[in-house]
Design a protein around this ligand. Structure first.
Ligand code: IMP
Ligand code: MG
Length: 174
């Protein structure tokens, strides 16, 4: 089956929106510093671009969790594959994600991070598929709300491919 990618959000649209979110975060956190927590691998491209556009002091850390697959999906329990390097105590944390889909991964992850004593934890996602939500998750900063279609690019993969696309595309099978 041949696969092709249809552009959903162009590189210019994505860049412009990340700039706007960066400005908003800089305003909201004026006089503070922010600690960005990237959820690997998908969130990495977005986090780097976002971090460059934030004007208050920024520190970064990474974690990797296994979502989807096996009983993870039904139980909503997420396994930490790689934990953060630094403690979150008293930090102004913003979790940076590629996409919020069912919300299962994030609701579990946010609860776990909040238990580590940060001053605050907010969620910033490049994409949101609200139609797919199963678990309620409060998103503080959203790049784009998109329809229920499988998307790739800007960190998002299909079978580990297409993460490097500088735009968001929909995978089509002809
Ligand atoms: P959920 O919100 O727990 O259902 O899972 C979100 C995770 O599923 C994301 O971080 C992605 O890794 C993956 N995911 C969900 N929708 C898509 C998509 O359209 N393209 C690529 N990955 C997706
Ligand atoms: Mg992800």
């Amino acid at each position: 089956m041949a696969e092709r990618i249809e552009v959903l959000l162009s590189e210019e649209e994505v860049d412009k929106r990340i700039q706007e979110i960066g400005e908003q975060i800089s305003k909201d956190y004026a006089g503070k510093r922010v600690h960005l927590v990237c959820v690997l691998k998908g969130g990495s491209f977005f986090m780097c671009e976002l971090a460059k556009r934030i004007t208050v002091p920024v520190s970064i850390d990474f974690m990797s969790v296994s979502s989807y697959g096996g009983d993870t999906k039904s139980s909503g329990v997420v396994k930490i594959v790689k934990d953060l390097d630094e403690p979150l105590r008293d930090k102004e944390v913003i979790v940076v994600e590629d996409i919020v889909d069912s919300g299962r991964t994030l609701s579990y992850l946010l609860e776990m991070l909040r238990d580590r004593g940060p001053s605050n934890v907010k969620l910033c996602t490049l994409l949101d598929k609200p139609e797919r939500r199963v678990v309620d998750v409060k998103v503080d900063y959203t790049g784009f709300e998109i329809p229920d279609e499988f998307v790739v690019g800007y960190g998002l993969d299909y079978d580990q491919k297409y993460r490097n696309l500088p735009y968001i595309g929909v995978v089509k099978f002809d």
